[in-house]
Design a protein around this ligand. Structure first.
Ligand code: GLU
Length: 507
C-alpha cells in the first residue's frame, strides 16, 4: 500500500436529507482523518440525475457544519483536486471509460430497457454476465462496422464492465477482516450511459478515489457488495497498488425489533432521524431534525459516535470531539448492527445542557424568544436558564421551562387551584404582598426567604399552604425551581404585580 498520508472522503449523493447513519459515516471519516493527522474531503456524487434532489447538497453542508465536522477540501471548501461535484467532471470520466474500452476491459451495449425486461421475463435469474453477454446486443457480438454505424446514427448505449467469471476476489476490510467473493456473482455493471453522458456511481467513485488520492474508504455496509466490483475496477485500471483500504460500517438498527432504522421508526417513536429539519421539495413533507428539536451539536456527535463503536471500559462515555479523536479506532467498530438507542441520545443532551455555559444556552434560545416578542436580555435569560436547566432534556423544554420568567401567568392550573387555593388564601397573599413591598427591589433569595418564613411562623400559617399559593401566583402552576430564586429574578415589582393579579382572579 503506497499511500503515505491519510486522505479520506465523505461522498454523499444529494438524494434528500442526510440520514443519521450518513452523519455517523461522515463523523467516523472525520475522526479517522484527525486521529491520523490526515485530510477529509467532501465529494458530491450527483451522477444519478433521476435521484437528484434540489437543496440536498446545501442541507448536507449545513448539517455537518452544525455538528462541527469540518472538511479540508471539497464542495464549498475548495482544494487542488476539484471540481468535487461529480456532475462537473464529465470530461474526466469519459477519458477513463475510453481507456477501459481501448483495453478490452469494457464493452458497448445497445440493449434497450424493453429488451432487457424481456430477457428477465424469459430467462430465470437473468444476469448480464459471462453466461449471457454473447446472447445480447453489444460490441462483443456485433461487427465493428455495425457498432460504429449505430453510434453514428445516434443510438443510445451503455458501457459495461467485462467481469471475468469465477475469480476469487478478496476485500480486505479494516472492520471485517478478509471477505471473499466469487466474481460470478457480479454482473457486467453499467459504467457509463450515453443518454445523459454520465458515468454511473461505480466508475465515478473509483476514478475519483484514485485521482483524489484517497487512502481509506469508510462507508456504510450497504456498499460492501459493491466492494469486489471496485477491486476489479482498480485492477482493470492498473491502480491496485494505490487502492484505498476499505472499512464498511454496520447498519444502524431500529430501537426495537430487527431491521434497518428508518424515518418511519422516528415518526412512530417520536425522535428525529435527520440532523436538521428537512422539507421535501416535492411533497412539502416536513421531517424533524435534531437541531430544531433542541439538541446541542456536541450531544448528537457524542451519541452518534457511540452507535457502533466504543472506547473500551477505561474511558468515560461522555466525550468531546477532541476526546473522540483521541480514542477513535476504526478497527474497534462493531461488525454487528448497532441498535439506535434514542433515550441515550436524550441522556447525552441533558448532560451537555447541564455543563453548557448559561450565556451560550441563552443565545441559542434568543431567536425563539424574540419571535415571541420578548426583549432579549442576555444576563436575565442566562439566570433563568441556570435556575431550570436541570429539568430540561432539550432546548425546546428549556424554552418552555423559562417561559414564566417573561410572561406573567394569565391563567392558573386548574387542579392546583382546586387543591391549594383555600378561603383564606387571598387574605394571606394580600398580607404577603404588603410584607414584600417593604423589601428591596432586588429581593435577594435567602434574605427574602428568611423574612417570609418568619412572618408565616409568627402568624401561625401553614408553610405549605402559603408557599403553594405564592408559587401558583408567580408561575401559574405547581412547578419550577426554588421559589425565592424565582422572586429574586423577577424582582419586587413584578412579584407584587403577580400576587395582586392572582388575588384578583382567584378571589
Ligand atoms: N455516493 C455513495 C453514497 O451515497 C458513496 C458510497 C461510498 O462512500 O463509496 O453513499
Amino acid at each position: 500500500m503506497s499511500h503515505e498520508s491519510v486522505r479520506v472522503r465523505f461522498a454523499p449523493s444529494p438524494t434528500g436529507a442526510l440520514h443519521i447513519g450518513g452523519v455517523r459515516t461522515a463523523l467516523y471519516n472525520y475522526l479517522f482523518a484527525k486521529a491520523h493527522g490526515g485530510e477529509l474531503l467532501l465529494r458530491i456524487e450527483d451522477t444519478d440525475s433521476q435521484r437528484f434532489v434540489p437543496g440536498a447538497e446545501a442541507y448536507i453542508i449545513e448539517a455537518l457544519e452544525w455538528l462541527g465536522i469540518r472538511f479540508d477540501e471539497g464542495v464549498s471548501y475548495g482544494g487542488d483536486c476539484g471540481p468535487y461535484r461529480q456532475s462537473e467532471r464529465r470530461d474526466i470520466y469519459r477519458k477513463y471509460v475510453q481507456q477501459l474500452l481501448d483495453a478490452g476491459k469494457a464493452y458497448i451495449a445497445f440493449d434497450t430497457p424493453e429488451e432487457l425486461e424481456k430477457k428477465r421475463k424469459t430467462v430465470a435469474n437473468f444476469q448480464y454476465d459471462a453466461t449471457t453477454r454473447t446472447t445480447m446486443r453489444n460490441s462483443l457480438v456485433l461487427p465493428r462496422e455495425e457498432v460504429d454505424a449505430l453510434i453514428a446514427g445516434g443510438a443510445q448505449y451503455v458501457v459495461r464492465f467485462l467481469v471475468a467469471p469465477n475469480l476469487e476476489v478478496e476485500v480486505d476490510d479494516m472492520i471485517r477482516g478478509r471477505v471473499s467473493f466469487n466474481s460470478s456473482v457480479l454482473d457486467d455493471k453499467v459504467l457509463y450511459k450515453s443518454a445523459d453522458d454520465l458515468p454511473t456511481y461505480h466508475l465515478a467513485n473509483i476514478v475519483d478515489d484514485h485521482l483524489m488520492q484517497i487512502s481509506h474508504v469508510i462507508r456504510g455496509e450497504e456498499w460492501l457488495p459493491s466492494a469486489p466490483l471496485h477491486v476489479l475496477l482498480y485492477e482493470a485500471f492498473g491502480w491496485r497498488d494505490t487502492m484505498p483500504r476499505f472499512a464498511h460500517l454496520a447498519l444502524l438498527l431500529k430501537p426495537e425489533g430487527n431491521g434497518k432504522l428508518s424515518k418511519r421508526d422516528g415518526d412512530r417513536l417520536g425522535f428525529p432521524v435527520f440532523p436538521l429539519r428537512w422539507v421535501d421539495p416535492k411533497t412539502s413533507e416536513v421531517s424533524s431534525g435534531y437541531r430544531e428539536s433542541g439538541y446541542l451539536p456536541e450531544a448528537v456527535v457524542n451519541f452518534v459516535a457511540l452507535l457502533g463503536w466504543n472506547p473500551g471500559n477505561e474511558h468515560e462515555e461522555v466525550m468531546s470531539m477532541e476526546d473522540l479523536i483521541k480514542y477513535f479506532r476504526i478497527e474497534k467498530c462493531s461488525k454487528a448492527g448497532a441498535k439506535f438507542d434514542y433515550e441515550k441520545g436524550k441522556w447525552f443532551n441533558h448532560h451537555y445542557i447541564q455543563v453548557s455555559d448559561d450565556k451560550r444556552l441563552a443565545e441559542l434560545l434568543r431567536p425563539q424568544l424574540e419571535a415571541k416578542g420578548i426583549a432579549y436580555d442576555e444576563s436575565y435569560v442566562a439566570q433563568a436558564v441556570a435556575l431550570v436547566k436541570e429539568r430540561a432534556q432539550t432546548l425546546v423544554e428549556l424554552e418552555e421551562q423559562i417561559e414564566y420568567f417573561f410572561t406573567a401567568p394569565t391563567s392558573y392550573e386548574e387542579k392546583t387551584v382546586k387543591k391549594r387555593w383555600k378561603e383564606d388564601s387571598a387574605a394571606q397573599l394580600t398580607e404577603l404582598a404588603a410584607l414584600l413591598s417593604s423589601q428591596p427591589e432586588a429581593l435577594p433569595s435567602e434574605a427574602t426567604e428568611a423574612v417570609v418564613k418568619a412572618w408565616i411562623e409568627e402568624k401561625g400559617y401553614g408553610l405549605g399552604a402559603v408557599m403553594n399559593c405564592f408559587r401558583l401566583a408567580l408561575v401559574g402552576a405547581a412547578k419550577g425551581p426554588h421559589l425565592f430564586d424565582i422572586t429574586a429574578l423577577l424582582g419586587r415589582s413584578e412579584t407584587l404585580r403577580r400576587l395582586e393579579r392572582a388575588i384578583a382572579v382567584l378571589g
